[in-house]
Design a protein around this ligand. Sequence first.
Ligand code: MRU
Length: 366
Amino acid sequence: MSFEGSDVNGSLWVGEGGKIHVIDQRVLPFREEEFILNTLEDACFSIREMVVRGAPLIGVTAAFGMYLASGNNSNNIMETLEEAAAYLNSSRPTAVNLFTATRRMLETAAYCHDPAEIENTLFLEASRIREEEIVSCRNIGEHGLPLIEAIWERKKPSPVQILTHCNAGWLSTVKYGTATAPIYLAHQKGIPIHIWVDETRPRNQGARLTAYELGLAGIPHSVIPDNTGGHLMQHGLVDLVIVGSDRTTRNGDVANKIGTYLKALAAFDNQVPFYVALPSSSIDFNMEDGLRNIPVEERSPEEVVHTEGWDGLGITRIRVLPENSLARNYGFDVTPARLVTGLITEKGICPATEGGISGLFEDLKI
Ligand code: MRU
């Protein structure tokens, strides 16, 4: 099985001399650059400034951040690691993967009897989290593929039209992506597909990252302004919506990039199936209800005031608002479970309900 364009190193890898490399997502698709994480500070910076982004990759980066912190010689290594976890946890609030990863790394360190072994143990644990995310995404692909196959059987020879929001591709995980994993497999099987890519203002993760990934893989796609999806659905031009998630709560409420909720409403109104593809690392098993409780990141209004693009020579920012207008920049919204057709996870597809989730993840129930 191959997911073109994402099956070499992925978005984070361990290079020569054990250095942690990530792809610098701030400059894609215009420049392909790497960023090296040498310190805890580098890991925090890369999450906060969105060198890396996407819930699973944020979790993996935080895990390696904890490993990097363990290299600091200190008398009280557990205290150092607790401070490192708090620091990483303050970088972005919404993706639950961050908090799960730092907690898991702290627990792993606490079990380590020999303090001299902690650094090596944490490196292995971070590598394990990375590997688990890769396996989860591959399995999400396998479980999601039949949804696309069923639509193809119904409507062939017309291509299957799938809409996605933001970037839930391999850049946001490590490899394969969540929403894109079934798409890669369908393409590989020769099913004609076409992807509607929401541009995803203000940071344009769809236009810049998802379009880049799909282009590398040769998958037909069109980038659309964020407010186009409803119109397409009304005209029968969307067969299926698949998005990712930053945090899904026990009752099936889904936090994802701002604008996801509006797509879910439009899909519901037009009887278009709306699926959320996510690994269990993005499920918050400790949170009952998402609408009331998920912390929604509010980023700098500067990201709305300006937009960024390639001017032929370099990446440039231009102002798009009048001088005196104020702006607000909510990063995520919460789609209520009732609007979600199903959750595509590494263990299979389930209804977006407490019963559906606990049916698949019995062992993770608290
Ligand atoms: O602000 P971002 O770019 O980190 O937001 C990312 C998303 O909303 C993705 O859809 C989500 O993390 C799913 S990742 C597979």
